[in-house]
Design a protein around this ligand. Structure first.
Ligand SMILES: *Cc1c(COP(=O)(O)O)cnc(C)c1O
Length: 368
């Protein structure tokens, strides 16, 4: 070893931290992969767990609140965690095309990973109800987009039948590999905290993610990586709350389009996660969602999409019930840039327009 290498070694002066290898590589022994699985990765996972004082301040009593910022995944949502697994396994099986129904993020992720793996990606979306950023992604990632005159639930019915009839792999969260990949976020949280949190707050659409987190926390607990299991606290938007109403919602409506789902695929599994963890589900209004969305943006510098803010809105709604000194993690499932229309319509920014282009006007407007 040269002198410089010795110094670097001793004092950890390397300019870049050891690189995150992607979640399959990092958690290989917990995942259904083998030496023959071609790993299709964009180095997803390894996302930050960030303490949010602005939320703690509103709750008090020594309660710690973190957000798991999964909007920092390669295509901007947690869907990448499941997609790296689903697409790698599809590739291993020799598949040449994949299909999904999507409120947007699944299609963006499926397209990115499928194309990276040299496969075709067909995506069915509800026409007019997919946020701009997500549509842009599917197009740029080279998906073949089919916009239907119907909602997500209808789109899912169609793709399920197509995948049964034709040689094409379904990559919605009915695909078991999706849940496997997604459970790694629970591992990351325990690895970061050194223990499982007391509560996990999470938005629910098809409820694949809550299912995956519960699986991950249980596996880590059984292996002795944590001494407790979190209560699974799931949240849905009021106009789209089949898991709270315990009924199918025919015409789901909410500003949080990523969770605008009336008939969740993983209903039973979500109910099991709730019961086993002694958790609870609750609906939050669009107004409460937007309130949390704005707090995270302007007080924390964290820009998430409206569906993600449902986890924080839900936590604030339940603040009386939180035991003293608890540690809580809220999952921020997607990036705010996904839905620029929502951002432009819902903010408290000061925006002075039509100003004359001179110093005097600008300074005066600033209050000098
Ligand atoms: C898909 C998605 C959800 C819902 O996850 P489910 O697994 O369907 O419950 C929540 N937020 C965002 C941003 C999503 O993309």
């Amino acid at each position: 070893m040269s002198l410089i290498e010795k110094i670097k070694d001793r004092f950890d002066l390397s300019p870049i931290k050891p690189k995150w290898p992607g979640l399959i590589e990092n958690y290989k022994k917990w995942l259904p992969v083998n030496a023959n699985t071609p790993i299709i990765t964009l180095k997803e996972g390894g996302t930050p767990l960030i303490r949010v004082g602005s939320i703690e301040k509103r709750i008090g009593r020594g309660i710690r609140v973190y957000v798991k910022y999964d909007g920092l995944n390669p295509t901007g949502s947690f869907k990448d965690r499941g997609m790296t697994m689903a697409i790698s396994k599809a590739k291993e099986d020799g598949c040449e095309a994949v299909i999904c129904a999507s409120t947007g993020n699944t299609s963006a992720s499926a397209a990115a990973y499928a194309r990276r793996g040299g496969m075709r990606a067909f995506v069915l979306i509800p026409d007019g109800y997919v946020a701009q950023g997500k549509l842009a992604q599917a197009l740029v990632y080279g998906a073949e987009v089919l916009a239907i005159k119907g909602n997500f639930d209808k789109a899912l019915d169609i793709v399920r039948e197509i995948a049964e009839k034709y040689p094409i792999t379904l990559v919605n969260s009915v695909n078991p590999y999706r849940i496997q990949g997604q459970k790694t976020s629970a591992f990351e949280i325990v690895d970061a905290l050194g223990e499982a949190p007391d509560w996990l707050c999470i938005p629910m659409g098809n409820a694949g993610n809550i299912t995956a987190y519960w699986m991950g926390f249980q596996e880590y607990f059984k292996a002795g990586h944590s001494t407790i299991l979190p209560k699974m606290m799931g949240f849905q938007a009021k106009g789209s709350a089949p898991l709270i109403l315990n009924a199918i919602v025919k015409e789901p409506e909410t500003i949080a389009t990523a969770i605008r789902i009336g008939n969740p695929v993983n209903r039973e599994k979500a109910m099991i996660a709730k019961e086993e963890s002694k958790g609870s589900f609750l609906a939050v209004t669009d107004e409460e969602i937007i309130n949390a969305y704005k707090i995270l943006g302007k007080e924390e510098g964290i820009f998430c999409e409206p569906a993600s803010a449902a986890s924080v809105a839900g936590l604030l709604k339940r603040k009386q019930e939180i035991p003293n000194k608890s540690t809580i993690v809220c999952v921020l499932t997607g990036n705010g840039l996904k839905d620029p229309d929502c951002a432009i319509t819902n903010n408290d920014a000061v925006f002075h327009s039509d100003l004359d282009a001179n110093l005097k006007t600008v300074a005066k407007t600033m209050g000098f």
